[in-house]
Design a protein around this ligand. Sequence first.
Ligand code: HEM
Ligand SMILES: *[C@@H]1O[C@H](CO)[C@@H](O)[C@H](O)[C@H]1NC(C)=O
Ligand SMILES: *[C@@H]1O[C@H](CO)[C@@H](O)[C@H](O)[C@H]1NC(C)=O
Length: 329
Amino acid sequence: MAERLDARFLFHLALLSLLLGSANGNGLKFGFYKTSCPDAEAIVRKTVSSYFSRDPTVSAPLLRLHFHDCFVRGCDGSVLLNSTETNLAEKEAMPNQSLDGFYVIDAAKAALEKACPETVSCADIVALVARDAVSLATGQGNSLYQVHTGRRDGFVSKASEAVANIPSAFSDFDELKAEFASKGLSVKDLAVLSGAHAIGNSHCFSFGKRLNNYKGKGDIDPTLDPNYAMELRNKCSPGINTVVEMVPGSSTSFDTKYYDLVAKRKGLFRSDEALLQDKRTRDYVYSRLHAPESSFFYDFGKSMMKMGKVGVLTGNAGEIRRNCALVNH
Ligand code: HEM
Ligand SMILES: *[C@@H]1O[C@H](CO)[C@@H](O)[C@H](O)[C@H]1NC(C)=O
Ligand SMILES: *[C@@H]1O[C@H](CO)[C@@H](O)[C@H](O)[C@H]1NC(C)=O
C-alpha cells in the first residue's frame, strides 16, 4: 500500500515537473534566469568579451575551469572555493593543477550581484563563461552551443578529490575511457572534448617525462614523434616550469588543428596520443582531417552540454554563493 502510494506520488511529481517544463532529467533548463535575472547571460558574455579583447589567451584557462569543476563533485562551483584553515581546496591540489582565470569568474559574479543579488550561481557562471570563452576563440562571433542553467553551488572542495578525479596527462585509453564513463561520458565525448586542447598552453612538467626517461632509461616516449620530441626538449630546456603552446602558432584559435597534431603523433600528452589507441577515437581523429570544422563544433557543443550536467545540484540543494571563493554563512 505504502509502496503504491509512493509510486503514485512519484508519478505525479514527475508529471508536475514536466508540466512546469523544468525537468530534463536533472532540473536544468535553457533560460533558467529568464525572469529572475533576464540579462544574466548577456552580462556574462560582456564580461568575457572585455577580457578576451584585451587578451585572447584567457579563453583556454576558462574552458579548462569548467572541465575541472564538472569532474570533481559535479559542476557545482567547487573548483572556485578557496582553502580554509582546516581544508585544502581543489584549486590547490598537488600536483599543482595550474588553473587560472578565476578573476574573470569573479568579475562576472560582481557584475551579476549588482544586477540581481544572490540569484545566479557560480557553477552556472563557470558553465556560461566557458561557453563564451571557447565561442570567442572560434572568431565567428556566435555561440557554439546553448547552456542549460539552474545549477547550484556546493559547499565542499577537497584537493584530494581533484587528484582522484582529474585524469592524468599520462593516462592511456582504458584509463581515460573509465574516468569519462564514471562521469556518464562516452568514448565519443572523450574524443570530442579532448579537442579542447586546440587552445591553451601547458607547463613542461605536465609532459616532460615523455621527453626524458620515459621508462627511466633516458628514453623518449615511443608513441611521440621523435623529431617533435626533440623540438619540445629544446623548448623546455629552460626548465620544467616553462610554458609551451598546446598547438604551436595557433594556441588562441579554437579549431581542429589539435586533431592534425594528434594524427601526426604530436599530441603533447600521453592522454592526447591515447586517442590513437582505440579504433573509435582514432577514427574520430582521422575523420577530422576531412570533415568540415562545423561538424566538430557541433559535436563539441553536444559533448559540452553533456559534461555541463555531470553531478549538478538543483532545486533546493546547495546554495547561491555570494562570493564564488567562499561558502555563504
Ligand atoms: C582527457 C583528459 C584530459 C587530460 C589528461 C588533460 C590534461 C591537461 C593538462 C596536463 C594540461 C596542462 C596543464 C599545465 O601544465 O598547465 C591541460 C590544459 C588544458 N586543458 Fe586539459 N586535459 C584533459 C581534458 C580536457 C577537457 C575535457 C577540457 C575541456 C573541455 C580541457 C581543457 C584544457 C585547456 C583549455 C587547457 C589549456 C589551459 C591553459 O592554457 O591555461 N582538457 N589539460
Ligand atoms: C581566494 O584566494 C585568492 C588566492 O589566494 C585570493 O586572492 C582571494 O582574495 C581569495 N578570495 C577570498 C574571497 O578570500
Ligand atoms: C600553483 O602553484 C604556483 C606556484 O607554485 C602558484 O603561484 C599558483 O597560485 C598555484 N595555483 C593554484 C591554483 O593554487
